[in-house]
Design a binder for this molecule. Structure first.
Ligand code: SF4
Length: 321
């Protein structure tokens, strides 16, 4: 462990002021950051502990929405009666992620900022553009079973590991950031790798997430996840699907995929295909195929497009039946 400065922020204003004064790394639940520090992947000079800030509330918003504080623990969010009743998709996704111990500790804001579990990223002997910009990417010709099939280039094919973020993307959540007037749509919060895979979100250095807003989103929803074991495993592919059917037609559809891209992947083309159409089996099949259009698998994950197609189709059947 390398030495670093540590400050426990007394308030939001102090945390923001410290961040503006120099490079800092915020510590909330620490479930990812501490691992990365132990592995020598993250080497912060100044850790600002924000875990005691008053950002752990869950509040009703006008119009049926909810505001989830950035420091609300994942387990508490998933267990909140309002989340379970009004946003069961989010509760399901959280309960599909990590272990009970991690969910008790991890925070909503930290979940957004968790980093990829690409093995080469954690292995300091491997070439990794995300860890060392310009170093190359050993995953391209390495063991890439867990890696991206959508939105990736030749600089990085890592996937975002979160389940919660996939549900948030489907729910049109927005992210509130201290000092910003406008909230950031979750679907635009994470970046595709492009030429700078080390830059993972649209946050500027030192910006602090304060809360996540969920607008009311009526409809039937389901979160489905395929993984190598029944619990405590990252998704090979996951799907968060919410559909509202009125008089036999799709009035609204939201589809997001996990385990396939550098960010939660909204399948807008599939949503457009469904919206306004009468529910019928061939439409669901076409939409599921559209959800992975343009997929570019690698040597070890050629199964992912078909798996994702089947998962979306199954989720659409569940939500439209
Ligand atoms: Fe690094 Fe991304 Fe390549 Fe993994 S896929 S080795 S995170 S550059």
């Amino acid at each position: 462990m390398r030495p670093f400065a540590y400050t426990s922020a007394a308030g939001i204003a102090e945390a923001v002021r410290l961040a503006a004064a120099g490079p800092v790394t915020f510590l909330a639940g620490g479930t990812n950051l501490v691992d990365l520090m132990r592995a020598g992947v993250e080497r912060p000079e100044h850790v600002v502990d924000i875990s005691r800030l008053p950002l752990d509330g869950i509040e009703d918003l006008p119009g049926g929405g909810l505001r989830i504080g950035a420091l609300a623990r994942n387990a508490r969010v998933a267990g909140d009666a309002r989340v379970r009743a009004r946003f069961p998709l989010l509760a399901q996704a959280i309960m599909n992620g990590a272990s009970p111990q991690l969910r008790n500790r991890a925070t909503a804001g930290g979940n957004l900022l968790q980093r990829t579990r690409c093995g080469y990223f954690y292995d300091r002997a491997a070439a990794c553009n995300k860890r060392v910009p310009g170093a190359g990417c050993d995953a391209l010709d390495g063991y890439n079973r867990m890696h991206a099939i959508l939105g990736a280039g030749d600089n990085c094919i890592a996937v975002h590991p979160s389940d919660m973020c996939v549900a948030l993307a489907a729910l049109d959540a927005t992210v509130n950031v201290a000092g910003r007037d406008a909230a950031v749509p979750l679907a635009g919060f994470h970046r595709l790798p492009g030429d700078s895979p080390h830059v993972e979100t649209v946050l500027e250095p030192g910006e602090l997430i304060t809360s996540i807003d969920l607008p009311e989103m009526p409809g039937r929803s389901v979160y489905l996840k395929v993984r190598d074991r029944a619990t405590y495993a990252f998704a090979l592919v996951s799907a968060a699907v919410l559909v509202r059917v009125e008089e036999g037609r799709v009035a609204a559809a939201r589809i997001a995929l996990g385990g396939v891209a550098h960010k939660p992947w909204r399948a807008y083309a599939a949503e457009r295909l469904l919206t306004g159409e009468p529910v019928r089996d061939d439409l669901l099949r076409q939409a599921a195929e559209a959800a992975v259009a343009g997929a570019r698998p690698r040597e070890h994950n050629a199964f992912k497009p078909e798996l994702a197609t089947r998962l979306v189709r199954r989720a659409l059947k569940v939500t439209t039946s």
